[in-house]
Design a protein. Sequence first.
Length: 392
Amino acid sequence: FFSMCEWGVDNPATWAPKVGNSWRTTADIWDNWNSMLNNIALNSILNEAAGPGGWNDPDMLEVGNGGMTTTEYTSHFSLWAISKSPLLIGCDVNNMSNDTFTILTNKEVIAVNQDKLGVQGRIVGSSTSLRYRQAEADFVRGLYRQVSSLGMNKRDTMRALKKMVIGNEGAAVSGLRNVIVKPCDVNDPDQLWAPYSDGTIRHKQEGKCLDVFNCDKTVGAAVGLYDCHAGQTGALCNNTNQLWQYDAPVGGPIVSKMNKLCLSVYDRFNNNQGPVVQMYGCNSAVYQTWSLSSIGLLKSGDVGMCLATGPATEVWAGALSDGSAAVLLFNKAGSATNITASWEEVWDGKNVPKTVSVRDLWAHRDLGNFATSFTTPVAEHGVVMIKATPVA
């Protein structure tokens, strides 16, 4: 087994499969939650490079070293397993706790990692609209093309790619984050915003900017939260996808200076009651009217709900050799929440089973048959990992 390491500097996913059996895709991991998230975020977009005999390696496991909770280490191990990444133990095996031993020896999770089909799991869903997920996928697929067009050397290209995918070093979540509307709550920090004199609208808690993803100028463009780049040279769209025209004291429409579309509450299945927020042609409708309170709530004039960051949840899935799928419901947020895995998403809309048998790989028990989807509560920073087997 030839394990290669040059820390992902020369983009090994594009050439290393012909040379070695695994290749590092990231900088060194550290024993903390943020570092683990950063490494798996960068590794996740390289899924198409992996397969039998060659694997993306986001660095060794930190399970058992003491910098994360047992729940976080369980998430760490599960993410590496579904990503088909090498499970290299990085702790002192002579002094493992019972919790560490239980995590590192879970045969059902290891079986997912070692499945002979060799499909690296990928993010198939999150608590967002379908249009947002499509825009996010298009955005990520275009990253290599965008950074390459800047004429940088390989090292700088990789650094630029990393920043675009995960934001600044130590970011608690990946650079991409959706926004929604939900019932206004003055005590909810997810709902607090501030218009800046440079034309940006920034999230008070995270310090990131309201952003039209991928510089999309079409009706229905996805909008969300991303690292602010106002004033930076070489930024996408000359920074205009983060610049807005909005009369904060008076209220009214929030208009993108890039595509001249209006920030709109939308959901065609719910009579424009949200939670989806997207860009739409300006038409003076009430669902395009926003008022800013003194503390920073951006309230929609149509539904009386407020702009907020969406839940930081993900659904990962990867096909297995017996026709089933490994599915990971991952909660990056700081509080417990329900997560739903849709069979349409898990099977990517192809030969979608009507009913699926679900087995919990950490609880080691069968949960029954589920039609259409599976929903479960997931602890903060936690996962639920299941094997989904079609029965009809």
